[in-house]
Design a binder for this molecule. Structure first.
Ligand code: ATP
Ligand code: MG
Length: 525
């Protein structure tokens, strides 16, 4: 495989400003945020024009491999051409209209990106799901969302069929497959025959675009609704964003398509900057496959969960020479300083931590060029005023522990979710005074860096002391024989013991389920 041609017609920074520059007055506060915005027509189609004019490096916009020799590369123009056909298939053949909801459960296949962009063009609301879902999980998602259409592949069609009769809103089932199945329309056959003429619908900036199911780490997943503005416009407003990419950069995020990180790191934020989105189908995220990919492809930026870095540092990395890797980003769970130090000593690279939520996108981050403080997840992301607050929403001074919160009044900044779908009560529970409260505890230092203590529910109270599990976990992981740790409360501290297990229970997004461990402990009495 040849790396992409990296000749520039002019400096990439100047190019990025082509899409960026028109929003300069908005960034400076001289102009209001536009009433109407659509990521497909206002960003992707603009990049397509820049590309056509020969003013973008010849990087693909989308570069997919499956590890078995298959490869797909699309320019912005090709992405536009194909996604318009898909938009026509969804609207004309499946009868979907603006505002309708569609559940899309696909592994990391190019079709997921086509559907995502097609939905923006047609104003259809996308509900991504992860491939590990069971029939029961799918039933919950279809019923809760009232989706009228589902797109999935062979692995889940039987599960969908087994519950479809209980989903009264579901009208159309589309399968991404080489074969066919009764009762299902073949996605590829359907869109290939469509015309590539489609005019993107006009969407208001607050129109619903994607509804994400949260990870379900602490209970049933909630449906967090995001808009054209919170996902698509936010990166245009924040100049120094968490990824800080250029059109010549190649970014690879290993996140599953069902998680918000896939949308942020593999759709919106790189494409705002005209960067190349790299995708490896990776049925399982394994060390060898990840390391080989970083050696064979010109990936500049990798985004992953801490569990991957914990896995990678257990390898002998001296035999791997990364082709172009410069920036490593970890988020979704706390990253142990020990893992950060090992990675740095073995690769020479820092791991930049980001902290975020399905509801809020990125809240804190270690930006490019910023000093890395191991054990800290960086400073407040642009647009967000992040503070540590107490029970009464009073702002606490640096050094004092409290709940991590983002100011939401008088003006709710762009980036916030619109609310939990059909659940105003849960939405209201996130509001406290002038703040949105995250449910996580933390401390801010004098320099404005945030340290994660634990989820509010995970804090251990022993003899009146509040103990953050992460602090204890970090001490345990320093031992050479310990790969991963989770610390939870146990009802009788005198009887408590440290337990060694082969594997820790995890959510499908790879997070340790501390609540499950806790239940096990408390179930013993
Ligand atoms: P649910 O809300 O359904 O119980 P969840 O909160 O795990 O699940 P997500 O929205 O995927 O669902 O995850 C957000 C949470 O992940 C944060 O509130 C925080 O607890 C944790 N998190 C994310 N990034 C970091 C980080 N860098 N360090 C520590 N924790 C993090
Ligand atoms: Mg949560």
């Amino acid at each position: 495989l040849k790396p992409p041609n990296r000749t520039f017609h002019c400096h990439p920074r100047l190019l990025a400003s082509d899409v960026y520059s028109q929003y300069e007055p908005v960034r400076q506060g001289k102009q209001e945020i536009p009433k109407y915005f659509n990521f497909a027509s206002d960003v992707l189609d603009k990049w397509s024009e820049i590309e056509k004019a020969g003013k973008r490096p010849s990087n693909p916009a989308f570069w997919w491999i499956n590890g078995e020799g298959e490869e797909v590369k699309w320019s912005f123009e090709e992405l536009g051409f194909l996604s318009r056909k898909v938009a026509n298939a969804l609207t004309k053949v499946c009868g979907l209209q603006k505002g309708d909801r569609i559940v899309v459960i696909l592994p990391r296949v190019p079709e997921w990106w086509l559907v995502t962009v097609a939905c923006m063009r047609a104003g259809i609301v996308l509900l991504p799901g992860i491939s590990q879902l069971s029939a029961k999980d799918i039933l919950y998602r279809l019923q809760a969302s009232k989706a009228t259409c589902i797109i999935t592949d062979n692995t889940l069609t039987s599960a969908v069929d087994s519950v479809a009769s209980e989903c009264q809103f579901l009208k159309t089932k589309l399968i991404v497959s080489k074969g066919s199945r009764e009762g299902w329309l073949n996605f590829t056959d359907l869109y290939r025959n469509q015309s590539a003429d489609h005019s993107c619908v006009k969407t208001r900036i607050q129109d619903s675009m994607i509804i994400f199911f949260t990870s379900g780490t602490t209970g049933s997943p909630k449906m967090a609704e995001h808009s054209q503005g919170s996902l698509g416009f936010r990166p245009l407003l924040s100049e120094r964003y968490w990824l800080d990419l250029t059109p010549s950069d190649v970014i690879w995020s290993t996140a599953d398509t069902g998680w918000i990180v896939a949308s942020l790191a593999s759709v919106f934020d790189p494409w705002v900057f005209g960067s190349c989105i790299f995708v490896h189908k990776l049925p399982r995220v394994e060390s060898a496959a990840v390391l080989n990919t970083l050696c064979r492809f010109p990936i500049d930026t990798v985004v992953s969960a801490p569990t991957l870095f914990r896995m990678l540092v257990q390898n002998d990395l001296s035999s791997y020479k990364f082709m172009n890797l410069k920036r490593c980003v970890s988020g979704g769970e706390p990253l142990n300083p020990e893992v950060m130090e090992q990675w740095k000593s073995k690769t020479g690279l820092d791991i930049h931590e980001v902290y975020g939520q399905t509801e809020m996108g990125i809240i804190c981050s270690v930006f490019k060029g910023m000093k890395v403080k191991p054990g800290s997840m960086g400073k407040a992301a642009p647009l967000y005023d992040v503070q540590i607050v107490d029970k009464n929403a009073n702002v606490l001074p640096p050094g004092q522990q409290g709940e991590i919160a983002v100011r939401s009044r008088p003006i709710k900044p762009l980036g916030f979710f619109s609310g939990y779908v059909d659940n105003p009560k849960k939405t209201a529970e996130t509001e406290r005074g002038d703040f949105y409260v995250t449910g996580d505890r933390g401390i801010m230092d004098e320099d404005g860096y945030f340290q994660f203590i634990g989820r509010d529910d995970d804090i251990i109270i022993s003899s009146g002391y509040r103990i953050g599990p992460f602090e204890v976990e970090n001490a345990l992981i320093e031992h050479a024989a310990v790969a991963e740790t989770a610390v939870v409360s146990s009802p009788d501290p005198l009887r408590g013991e440290v337990e060694f297990v082969r594997e820790l229970p995890k959510t499908v997004t790879g997070k340790i389920k501390r609540n499950e461990l806790r239940k096990k402990e408390w179930g013993r009495i």
